[in-house]
Design a binder for this molecule. Structure first.
Ligand code: TIU
Length: 234
């Protein structure tokens, strides 16, 4: 495929054009701690089952982006073993019996290097794909994500992962303020709360695309494959 060819995705609020050579797929926090029982997500009182529907569509997008030769960047939310990068205000939230750093079924909750902190098998990074370890919700805060985008010549982001209204939104807002154009794939982002999923997606594309664009993965995949289905209005 010619990576310099601009492609167009049928998206809200209007079509999203991108050059795959200047666009990164960002996969946010697809970690066991959020998607499997016993981790951070569940310790905050959430039903982790809600997030698992993202896995299959995101797996297809990840495969297609790899075939197209696009930059793929993964993130993980988590903290140093001594928790020195975890603000006390964050540490004190959630169940008192299962806080960040406490032992869980997959190791210490949301601590780097533990089993639960790592990315689920289905979406595991390929060799050479950067993994950004972040202490906050946004991918830019206290990481080298911004420098990585600049060094790779990236101008646009295709954003996926969990959760829609927390780490996905925070990252999209940070990116938007830094001048990046973001397409959020609606079935490749997930929330523990269906109403937040719907509102979170609507907020991105509202007001003429105040934070970016949204589209189903099918439209993005069609654009990448160069088929006419890519530019159907949604
Ligand atoms: N709680 C919740 O919805 N999300 C997070 O704490 N982190 C991310 O979204 N990754």
């Amino acid at each position: 495929m010619d990576l310099r060819q601009p492609l167009t995705v049928g998206a809200a609020p209007y079509p999203f054009s991108f050059d795959p050579a200047e666009t990164a797929l960002v996969v946010i926090d697809m970690q066991r701690d959020f998607l499997e029982p016993g981790g951070f997500g569940e310790s905050l009182g959430n039903d982790v089952g809600q997030l698992r529907k993202v896995i299959d569509p995101l797996r297809a997008v990840l495969a297609a982006c790899r075939v197209a030769g696009m930059t793929v960047i993964h993130t993980r939310e988590g903290h140093l073993p001594d928790l020195s990068d975890c603000p006390p205000a964050k540490l004190l939230r959630g169940s008192p019996r299962a806080r960040i750093g406490d032992p869980g079924p997959k190791g210490r909750i949301l601590v780097r290097g533990e089993d639960g902190h790592d990315i689920i098998e289905e979406l595991y990074p390929a060799p050479g794909e950067p993994v950004i370890d972040k202490p906050g919700k946004g991918a830019f805060y206290a990481t080298d994500f911004g420098d990585l985008l600049v060094s790779h010549g990236i101008r646009k982001l295709v954003v996926t992962g969990v959760t829609t209204e927390v780490c996905v939104h925070t990252t999209v807002r940070e990116a938007n303020d830094r001048g990046y154009e973001c397409l959020v794939l609606s079935d490749c982002v997930g929330s523990y709360f269906p109403e937040f999923q719907r509102a979170g997606l609507e907020m991105i594309a509202a007001q003429g695309g105040i934070f970016g664009w949204t589209a189903p993965s099918e439209a993005f995949l069609a654009a990448l494959a160069g088929t006419s289905a890519a530019s159907q209005p949604r």
